[in-house]
Write a protein of this length. Structure first.
Length: 237
């Protein structure tokens, strides 16, 4: 592989720089380098995810990408996310190559994650070469690179439910404060809600706190009324 370059679109327009000059670029604020087409008969599903992290819409091109975007939105360490964030250009044996990763995520400590989403059964040799090149380029910049094959079904199902309550409007301050106070020790989910008030009014706030991981549950098993809720002590997945 020969000399990496990075292409991106910022508020000024299209840019193309040597790889080492890309480290300070705020890709989480850049525009996608290509669009998200939708047409009759297409075999994948494009759409937009409203991100509670960036308070904006972020595009995806498959259900796997949507779930990955949702999990990035759920991760409290992620402070910014962008889809189709940049072109990576390089050459192999004199032949030009390029690749657009699916997502860029900025972490709270300033580091970054770059992700591609592809089921293992659909990864071809050309894909492997592109993923390997992207991994090498990210290593130069000190970024973490990963290829997402799938998410555990129960985990992603639970997070998808909680995502329905991700909007800040569900974080009613007085109710949230009372829930945190009551949940100073592990307690059943429905018992916790009923101890604060009418579950119909309280549960959306409780689910919002679980989405924000200010309160925690075991997300590896299905959520139930008796699911144990605990005070936050770190990331739950």
């Amino acid at each position: 592989m020969e000399g990496f370059e990075v292409g991106y679109v910022d508020e000024v327009g299209e840019q193309r720089v040597p790889l080492v000059h890309a480290r300070p670029v705020l890709f989480e604020g850049c525009r996608p380098v290509r669009g998200f087409p939708s047409y009759k008969g297409q075999r994948h599903f494009s759409g937009w995810w409203w991100s509670a992290t960036s308070l904006s819409l972020v595009g995806y091109e498959s259900w796997l990408e949507r779930d990955t975007l949702m999990m990035l939105d759920f991760d409290p360490l992620v402070v910014g996310v962008a889809s189709q964030p940049f072109w990576l250009f390089w050459a192999t044996e004199g032949k030009p190559r390029s690749h657009v990763p699916d997502f860029f995520a900025r972490l709270a400590d300033g580091s970054a994650r770059v992700l591609d989403c592809r089921p293992a059964v659909r990864v071809k040799q050309r894909d492997r070469a592109a993923f390997e090149a992207t991994r090498d380029a990210c290593a130069v910049l000190g970024w973490r690179y990963e290829v997402v094959d799938a998410w555990p079904e129960t985990l992603v199902g639970n997070v998808r439910w909680l995502a329905g309550y991700r909007h800040p409007r569900h974080g009613v301050p007085a109710v949230a404060e009372e829930l945190r106070a009551v949940c100073s020790a592990p307690v059943g989910l429905l018992d916790l809600a009923e101890s604060v008030g009418d579950p119909i009014a309280v549960l959306p706030v409780l689910f919002h706190l679980l989405w924000r991981q200010e309160l925690l549950v075991d997300l590896s098993v299905p959520l139930r009324p008796e699911t144990v809720v605990s005070p936050s002590a770190g990331v739950a997945w």
